[in-house]
Design a protein around this ligand. Sequence first.
Ligand code: ADP
Length: 491
Amino acid sequence: MLNLMFFIICLIIAGMGISLLLKMQRLKELEKRADALNASVEEMDEQAKLIIRTDIELNKTQEELDKKITGLSTLQKLSREISTTLEENQIFKKIGNAYLEELGFEKSSAFLWDSLTREFRLYLSIGYSENESLKIKNAVNTDKDYYLDLMHGGKTASSVFIPEGFLPKEKICRLFQVSEFIICPIIPQEGNQGFIFVGTQNIETRITEGEREIITILANQIGQTLDNARLFEKTWRSQQELEIKVEERTRQLTEALEELKRISKRKSDFISSVSHELRTPLTSIKGYAAILLAGKLGTVPDEIKERLGKINRHSDELVHMVNDLLDISRIESGKVNMNIESLELTPIVEKVADLLSEQLKTKNIAFNLRIPADCKKIMVDRSQIERVFINLLGNALKFTPEKGSISVNVHCSDKTIQVDVTDTGFGIPQEAQEKIFEEFYRVDNTINQEVKGTGLGLTLVKHIIEAHRGRIWVKSKLGEGSTFSFTLNCA
Ligand code: ADP
């Protein structure tokens, strides 16, 4: 019985032992699971932390991006305003408080170096009283060498980066009453350089790379606009000077023209009265020569007759010259009464050719006249136009050697005709072609030493053509011939 009881107790103990062992094993397993759970909780905690950190970073980047976009759009508006300005002072006035605040700054100054006074001049002061601005200006000029170095080195200083050798951050912060700032050089291509300062008292602000870039772009924009303004100023000034010069020159020219008109009138009056005075004695000389030649005062020996003949011929030439002179001065002074009528050109030219036919024959020179049949009538003074042809054809005859040819070609249009008088003569040297229309001008050559003339014929022709509101010009080649062309108005 005792044994049975012992056996039962042992059995119970063994059962309990087994159950304990099983429980312990279960516990171990649970512990293992708890450890694994703990590890994954820690892992999750780490991941959560990472997510939060990334989120903060992202927010920061987003903020910076927003700031940059705002800054860029403000800069764009500001640039547009500045770039249309052409006055140095006005450029800085365009940078108002509103723009600055949009960029995140409430204080700003801008200085340009004045190379004459060797001082920085204050062009912009935002966020400072007059006294404070003056204090800043004086302090900047006391430390001008530092600012000049910064400018010449093209470096930007900011509260996060001070270039070597520049003033300490604290000093700048104290002077400009800010906690954060950017100082950026303004470097135009020409003229005085300077710098722009922007700053804020907000201690939470930290100057970012983006802000530094934006202020650099602004400073560059100011530099370019300064260049434009200076270029405009230069152009405007030289235009003003030019206008003054043109005015002065016009006044001088008007005076000279008036003087020329006075002289020309005096000359015409003089020629006209001298020619008149010459005509009377010339007529007497011719008359007496004729009386003597006719033997009315007794028989005249042959040698004297020959000389009297010369006196007669020379007197004729003189009369001719005096008449030409009188005509020129009359036309010049507008004293000629032109009898303008509607006429056919052909009979006028044919009449003149007829007058010259003997000489044409003698020199064996061919004459051609080509006038289109449908040519309109012309509005001219008959006797004046006859003189034009007498002179031009007379010259062509004089200056064309034997067996040559002379032709008159007419080109017609609705309103005008152009007459070309062409010869195969000696031609006129290039340098003389403009001068031959001047009074008394004769080409200095051997032909002219043999051929007689006064140098008045072409002057008279030019005056007559111009009195008819036409033009005259010459084209010629030495040794080949000349073409005198003129225009006349149609009826
Ligand atoms: P003149 O014939 O009396 O000398 P003009 O005024 O008619 O004066 O002509 C001026 C000069 O122009 C002449 O001396 C001559 O040298 C030159 N000239 C004019 N017509 C001709 C021509 N057809 N061919 C060559 N030279 C000419």
